[in-house]
Design a protein around this ligand. Structure first.
Ligand SMILES: [Zn+2]
Length: 56
């Protein structure tokens, strides 16, 4: 199962959520922080995605 990384802007913690792709598509925009239950979270860009987007 893939792991998605999120960052909470309220408590400034990173956390990982394991979920299936279908579940991710449903909940990626309403993921809550696991620490403080805030909705003020953003998804971290994975290292894999950074690697594949090259500057020419
Ligand atoms: Zn939080």
């Amino acid at each position: 199962m893939p792991v998605y990384e999120f960052y909470c802007k309220d408590c400034k913690k990173e956390f990982e959520v394991k979920m299936r792709l279908a579940q991710y598509e449903k909940s990626k925009n309403k993921q809550k922080c696991l620490e403080c239950d805030s909705k003020n979270v953003q998804q971290m860009i994975s290292a894999f995605e950074v690697k594949t987007s090259r500057k020419s």
